[in-house]
Design a protein around this ligand. Structure first.
Ligand code: DIG
Ligand code: MN
Ligand code: MN
Length: 401
């Protein structure tokens, strides 16, 4: 069967072609995902880290991320580890790629079947700390400046198995311990905590961006700790990802982001970025770009199980192109004079109340607010033209404006 020519960066229009300045990154585990699922075996052969570095660089990616065991086998001897790291560093240099982020696999080996930092077994909790310290050393050796913690199995199936208050304390102890480790080693590293509501456990602790943000402020070194929110994970909870990211940005806590897509509340699909929620992700890219987010645009996603290796690179290019397409469409939307005029009218920034509210609390503001007279019925009769505004956003997204 003749396969259609693979989508390569040469064969696509230049305007959206990914380049290093876009700061697109992928995890080794994403393009090397072999397509196994709970109901089917692997469909793709192993993909070497070196080939992933080469192909992603050729497509225009900037960075490659990894869990420790994406690169170093779980039981590798020190000599083997050093050889693998040497080879990988050579590939990074050969293909001009960097490692912006690293993380620990605390979920695949059966030892972590009941969690890692919150496991009931003290031996497992201790082993998880040991493994994470080694993985942090590896990440820093490769140049990572962000370290992600996704507690894939930090949760419960049987509620009776763990005291949820103790679980929070154990997670805090672990993150505090590892923060101090990074500080004592002099590592210029920021931690990014990644929430997910469930899967593979029935319920995961710290399930959403909000839970993670609240948790961060209870830690010993909150300044070095932010969040790594993922599109699919918030959608699994039925939440508005744009609003969660906005709150993290406003708090100065968006240290990293996992971009992908998801068909609403169901198993974690990690779909190609922009393949499902076009409108939501248009507004996500608009938010990130307008906020001046300067971190990696990381795709934590993988190709459909139906794809061979050619399809994997179509997937990777599609993630990056769609981000750039949304970015250009958002720029055009905000440059549209009709949009600008409508937003200006809606926000009524010339109102005397806007000036009063901008002053914040004072005795004078209290006096003026208490003496002000309002006409709630007139205010209630006001129309906001949101149908018109939303239609303009739709028409920009659909490319007819
Ligand atoms: C899954 O969403 C998690 C793991 O892939 C990894 O620990 C983290 C890094 O982005 N995302
Ligand atoms: Mn996911
Ligand atoms: Mn993720």
């Amino acid at each position: 069967m003749m396969l259609p020519p693979q989508l390569t960066s040469e064969s696509t229009s230049d305007q959206y072609k990914p380049t290093k300045k876009d700061k697109f990154s992928f995890g080794l585990w994403t393009v090397a995902n072999r397509g196994r699922d709970p109901f089917g075996d692997f469909v793709r052969p192993e993909l070497s880290p070196v080939r992933s570095v080469q192909k992603l660089s050729e497509l225009g990616a900037w960075g490659i991320n990894l869990h420790d065991n994406d690169l170093i086998p779980f039981d590798a001897a020190a000599q083997e580890r050093d050889r693998i790291v040497r080879e990988f560093k050579q590939a990074l240099s050969d293909y001009g790629m960097i490692v912006p982020m690293a993380t620990t696999n605390l979920f695949f080996h059966p030892v972590f079947k009941d969690g890692a930092f919150t496991a009931v077994s003290p031996a497992v909790r201790a082993f998880a700390l040991q493994k994470t310290m080694k993985a942090i050393d590896l990440g820093v050796e490769l140049g990572a400046t962000t370290y992600v913690f996704w507690g894939g199995r930090e949760g419960v199936d049987a509620e009776a198995s763990k005291d949820p208050i103790v679980a929070v304390k154990r997670m805090r102890d672990a993150i505090n311990f590892l923060s101090q480790y990074a500080i004592d080693k002099g590592y210029k590293l920021r931690f990014a905590l990644e929430p997910k509501p469930n899967e593979p456990r029935s319920d995961t602790y710290f399930p959403t961006i909000g839970h993670m943000l609240a948790f961060i402020y209870t830690l010993d070194h909150p300044d070095m700790i932010g969040v790594n929110p993922e599109v699919a994970h918030e959608y699994m909870s039925g939440l508005n990802f744009v609003h969660g990211v906005a709150q993290a940005l406003e708090a100065g806590k968006l240290f990293h982001i996992d971009l992908n897509d998801q068909k609403g509340p169901r198993f974690d699909q990690d779909l190609r970025f922009g393949s499902e929620n076009i409108k939501n992700l248009f507004f996500l890219v608009r938010l990130l770009e307008k906020a001046g987010y300067d971190g990696p645009r990381h795709f934590d996603a993988h190709a459909y199980r139906t794809e061979n290796e050619d399809g994997v690179w179509d997937f990777a290019l599609g993630c990056m192109r769609t981000y750039n397409i949304f970015k250009e469409k958002a720029r055009r939307f905000d440059a549209d004079p009709e949009v600008q005029q409508l937003l200006k009218e809606i926000n009524d920034e010339g109102s005397p109340y806007a000036a009063l509210l901008s002053k914040g609390y004072s005795a004078e503001t209290v006096r003026q607010l208490q003496e002000a007279t309002f006409d709630p019925d007139a205010l209630g009769r006001q129309g906001y033209s949101y149908e018109k505004l939303d239609q303009m956003s739709i028409e920009h997204i659909m490319g007819v404006r």
